[in-house]
Design a protein around this ligand. Structure first.
Ligand SMILES: Nc1nc2c(c(=O)[nH]1)N[C@H]1C(S)=C(S)[C@@H](COP(=O)(O)O)O[C@H]1N2
Ligand SMILES: [Mo]
Length: 246
């Protein structure tokens, strides 16, 4: 019997056809002097390989294995900024008017103020943020563990995804196993300051040290617990792998 593989699109496919597909995709991508970017057939083949990688990473993910933690002396100072725009264009959010909207498959839908979130028992950790563009930096984040927050709002933790929206139009989503990982947090403080600095995601960001930097959305405006797959800003724009585990 051929082994069946679960893919996030809900389609069962056998390993052989996926392998053929992936080798075909790689061969096409490596053809010298042959411009295949933008070819819809190649794009969709590569996208399917990336979705296969999502399923493989999800299957290999160890919910209890911790990302490395560091000491204060290891902090990268100054920390590095990154966004799809320059530092001069960072959104300035009014923390008093700001609300965090919780929706989807949760018992308690609704808006949270920053004070509500800061009143919850916090976790502080020094971890490394790794950007796909080839740099990393060590920082200290304080926030509410996401597993704790999801239980507070009565989330269906059997659902597949937690999706995030941001004040700057950025968006991404993560798998539920990673959302429940003990180091995943809704962070509201950086390097011991009272708040997150504007450039690093004021007033709230996701900090998830088991995934690449682009899975750490800043300037959060809400989260949605869901069983339907939604992708992310860089995943959609550049075909970055959605699971993006480290
Ligand atoms: N809202 C928002 N979040 C974002 C981004 C962005 O452009 N907008 N960029 C992502 C990327 S690619 C990286 S590497 C990290 C950078 O976080 P930092 O500025 O704290 O280093 O934020 C991520 N979260
Ligand atoms: Mo990044």
């Amino acid at each position: 019997m051929k082994p069946k593989i679960w893919t996030p699109s809900g389609v069962d496919q056998d390993r052989r056809s996926l392998l053929r597909l992936s080798l075909g995709g790689i061969a096409a991508a490596l053809l010298p002097g042959c411009d295949v970017t933008g070819d819809p057939a190649v794009e969709s083949a590569l996208k399917r390989v990336s979705r296969f990688n999502d399923a493989a990473q999800a299957a290999l993910f160890q919910p209890r294995t911790l990302a490395p933690v560091f000491r204060r002396a290891d902090l990268t100072l100054p920390f590095r900024f990154n966004a799809f725009y320059s530092e001069a264009s960072v959104p300035e959010i009014d923390g008093r008017a700001w609300r965090f909207n919780v929706g989807g498959l949760v018992r308690k839908r609704g808006d949270w103020t920053l004070a509500d979130i800061k009143a919850l028992p916090p976790l502080t950790e020094i971890t490394r943020l790794v950007c796909i563009e080839g740099w990393s930096a060590i920082g200290q984040w304080t926030g509410v563990p996401l597993h704790h927050f999801l239980k507070l709002v009565g989330a269906d933790t059997g659902a597949r995804y937690v999706a995030f929206n941001c004040a700057d139009g950025y968006y991404t989503s993560i798998d539920m196993a990673s959302a429940l990982h003990p180091q995943t947090m809704l962070a509201f403080s950086f390097n011991g300051a009272a708040d997150l600095p504007d450039e690093f995601g004021f007033p709230l960001r996701l900090r998830i040290p088991t995934k690449l930097g682009f899975k750490n959305p800043k300037h959060l405006t809400g989260l949605t617990v869901s069983n339907s797959f939604t992708s992310g800003y860089w995943e959609d724009l550049h075909g970055y792998n959605w699971f993006a585990g480290l």
